[in-house]
Structures are given as structure tokens and as C-alpha cells.
Design a protein around this ligand. Structure first.
Ligand code: SF4
Length: 425
């Protein structure tokens, strides 16, 4: 029997309203040319800067994942492959390009030609080519904002200055393209909103330390991530995360730990297989397993360890966010450390590594990661494979077998420990 771990509430309704409103604004931009729009990447985005122009972000990654979750990604992927995109290209890119050429959008509404294609390149070099292609196909101008990779524990002063200079150059570019003057006060206010949202989101993530956790920090976190990217720098974002925090705090207060609803606590590394999202989730629900933390939920920002935007130094804090406070621009050892902290501080039983065929950024080196967690740290770790966008790479029976075997072993381990404890007492 499958246990439903998902729950629906006010935050889900509000999330839907906000995302619909965002797509309506994009449709309006496509129809009328206003408001200005900027295509950007989620990781290390500088959405606060767009607020200074009352511009709306377009996130090709969000569009691609929406297509996948609605089972609409295969047709555009096949079209892109017919055009010459290789089988092992990132499937987000293929879905996005194919959907653009075929006129498929996640809502059926229109997507505008971006005022600017902003390649805020962090970590993954696929971004560079993807955004060159977006600019080429849409005919929109391209600006590549080069964000140095994290080579040390902290970005250097020169790194921050280098990004700030480019942000200022970007402002000039947007002033020329939109005919609008950059509103510095609005930008500062956007940075303030972001810091509030980050604080609320961080408090939500820490709620998962409770047992049972009031939400699944992988599967449910995805509901919260849309507003996080689109509305982080807006009062609507603050209001949304206040609702979410309040609801989840109430859940903590009202839910008794009967030991049944949450039998396993895991940390998940890597993006989910969106085309088979429900099926994949049910494989964990069957074992009453909850993800108490995930690296994927930090692609847009890594705030549960204390980082925040700072309105007193708005440009520097946007630069720091782009450089340092998102998982994709950090090195592998920093990711090890992040997962280790989750296991220890969120009290997890094990780690699940989901290798995503399309995504080299997340997946390269995950074999070593599994060895590190299993052999060096002794943490039960499962390594599984599929894809985040391409429905063809999902072997349901094989995944199910591996996940079942993992939880059976964990269960056995827990029972043995309990037996030892009881004999001791
Ligand atoms: S390779 Fe991964 S990180 Fe890079 S664009 Fe594709 S999905 Fe995103």
C-alpha cells in the first residue's frame, strides 16, 4: 500500500495563483511589449536588479521542468534531436529549444521575445551555449555575466568587484534597451525583500529538523521553489513565505510523532525526474521516508546556513549571492560538507544520490561522492540513475528494486540497533 506523504493547503493555492500571475505577465509582455523581460538562469540569478526596471524574469529552466512534469517534454526533445542536438545534451536545453520552435508553452499562453537574454553563468558551462542558442533563435540581445567559480572557501575581493562591475554594465545595457532609468531605491527595497524571504525560507528548512518533519524538503520543497525564484525580491514573495512558515509551524505543533508517518529520514542529492515525479515520489512514500534536506532545493540559493542579501551593500550582496550562495557555483568538497551537515544536523538515516543523465554539473563525480559517504563516513547511501527532463531514461522496475532494497537494509539496521539497545537496558 502507498502512503500519501503529500499534503495540500493554503500555501499550495497561493503558490498556484502566484505562478499563474507570473505567466500572465509574460503573456502580456508577449502581446504588448511591456513589461520588459529578461531571460536568466535560476542559479545565481540577480532578480533584485530586474526590480530596478520593473522587469519580469523568464526562467527557461522553470519552463522546461513545467513541460516535463506535465508530460510534454518528449515532443520538443525529439524535435531538438532532429535538428542535431546530441542524445547526451542537457535535456533541459533540448526541451526549451524544441518547445520554442514548436510554439509549445507550459500554460498554452505566449512567452515574449526577451528584452535581454542574460546568461548569468554560474558553475555549469551548458548555460553559455544554451543562452547563445536562445538569443540566436529569439533574435534577442545577449549579455553574458561571467561569474568566477568558487576556488576557495570565500570569494576574493577581486571576484566580488569583477561581478559588481558587470552588474553596473548590465544596468547601462538595460537602460538602453528599455528606455527606463534604473530605480536604485526600488533595487534596494528588492534586496531587502530578498533578505526577508531568505530568512523565512531558512526557518522553513530548519522545521524539517523536527520529527516528523512537517514537509518533505525535496518533493514538497519544489512547490516553494517557484515563488522563491520569481518573487524573492517582491512583497508578494515575503507574504507567500510568511503563509508557508505559519502553516508548517502549525503542522509541527499539531502533529504527534507516532513513529509511523515518518519511518526514515533521508537527504537527497540531485534534481528529481520530473517526467515521472509522482511515480518516483511514491517509491519513497511506500516506505514512509521523508527527505529532510536536499541539495537541489539550494540551486536558487543556499540560505539555511545563514547567508542573506544585505540592503546596506546591495550590489556586493547580489554579487556574493551569485558567487557563493548557490550550490551550482560551489566546489565538490563544499557540496560534501553541505550534505554531511544535513545528515548530522537534520538527523538523517541516509543519503540518496540521484544521478541525472542530462546534468553533468550535478552528476559528475557522484560515484566518488557515494564512496565518500559510504566508506569514509559510514552513512548508508543509495546511488540511482534517471533523468530530470527526458522521460525515456527512467527504468521504473529497476529504480523500485534498488529503493526497496535500500530501505529494507535500513529497516534491518534499525531493528538490529533497537534490539541491541533493548538488550543493553
Ligand atoms: S547541465 Fe544541469 S545545471 Fe547545466 S543547464 Fe542542464 S540541468 Fe542545468
Amino acid at each position: 500500500m502507498t502512503t500519501q506523504t503529500e499534503y495540500r493547503s493554503q500555501l499550495h493555492h497561493r503558490q498556484k495563483e502566484l505562478m499563474v500571475k507570473w505567466y500572465e505577465r509574460l503573456n502580456e509582455a508577449a502581446e504588448t511589449g511591456e513589461p520588459p523581460t529578461v531571460s536568466m538562469m535560476i542559479s545565481g540569478n540577480c532578480v533584485e536588479l530586474l526590480e530596478g526596471f520593473s522587469a519580469v524574469p523568464i526562467y527557461p529552466e522553470v519552463n522546461a521542468l513545467q513541460l516535463a512534469i506535465r508530460h510534454q517534454s518528449l515532443e520538443p526533445i525529439l524535435l531538438a534531436e532532429e535538428l542535431g542536438y546530441a542524445a547526451d545534451n542537457c535535456a533541459y536545453v533540448k526541451a526549451d529549444i524544441g518547445a520554442y520552435l514548436r510554439g509549445i508553452t507550459p500554460t498554452g499562453g505566449k512567452l515574449p521575445k526577451p528584452t535581454l537574454v542574460l546568461c548569468n553563468f554560474v558553475g555549469c558551462n551548458t548555460y553559455l551555449k544554451w543562452f547563445e542558442h536562445v538569443a540566436e533563435f529569439t533574435g534577442a540581445p545577449l549579455y553574458t555575466l561571467d561569474v568566477p567559480f568558487m576556488r576557495y572557501d570565500e570569494p576574493t575581493h577581486a571576484d566580488i568587484e569583477y561581478v559588481v562591475k558587470q552588474l553596473k554594465e548590465l544596468i547601462k545595457r538595460l537602460e538602453d534597451l528599455t528606455g527606463r532609468k534604473f530605480d536604485y531605491d526600488r533595487f534596494k527595497e528588492a534586496v531587502r525583500c530578498s533578505s526577508e524571504v531568505e530568512n523565512l525560507w531558512s526557518r522553513i528548512k530548519h522545521l524539517a529538523k523536527h520529527s516528523p518533519s512537517p514537509f518533505d524538503a525535496y518533493f514538497d520543497a519544489i512547490t516553494l521553489m517557484g515563488p522563491l525564484y520569481v518573487y524573492r525580491a517582491k512583497p508578494e514573495g515575503v507574504e507567500f513565505f510568511e503563509i508557508a512558515l505559519k502553516e508548517l509551524q502549525e503542522k509541527v505543533l499539531n502533529e504527534r510523532d507516532d513513529g509511523e508517518r515518518e519511518q526514515f529520514r533521508v537527504v537527497i542529492e540531485g534534481p528529481p525526474p520530473y517526467p515521472h515525479f509522482r511515480t518516483f515520489r511514491d517509491m519513497f512514500a511506500k516506505w514512509n521516508a521523508t527527505a529532510v534536506a536536499s541539495t537541489y532545493s539550494t540551486v536558487g540559493g543556499l540560505w539555511e546556513f545563514g547567508a542573506r542579501h544585505d540592503p546596506s551593500t546591495p550590489f556586493e550582496s547580489v554579487a556574493r549571492h551569485m558567487l557563493e550562495h548557490n550550490v551550482t557555483n560551489r566546489n565538490y568538497l563544499q557540496r560534501y560538507d553541505q550534505i554531511k551537515k544535513y545528515v548530522e544536523d537534520w538527523n538523517a538515516d541516509g543519503v540518496i544520490i540521484h544521478f541525472v543523465k542530462s546534468c553533468r554539473l550535478f552528476s559528475a563525480g557522484q560515484g566518488d561522492m557515494r564512496d565518500y559517504f559510504t566508506k569514509t563516513l559510514g552513512i548508508p547511501t543509495l546511488y540511482i540513475e534517471s533523468d530530470l527532463e527526458d522521460p525515456r531514461y527512467f527504468s521504473e522496475a529497476q529504480l523500485k528494486n534498488r529503493i526497496d532494497a535500500y530501505f529494507e537494509a535500513l529497516e534491518h539496521q534499525k531493528l538490529s540497533h533497537r534490539g541491541i539497545e533493548e538488550r543493553r537496558n
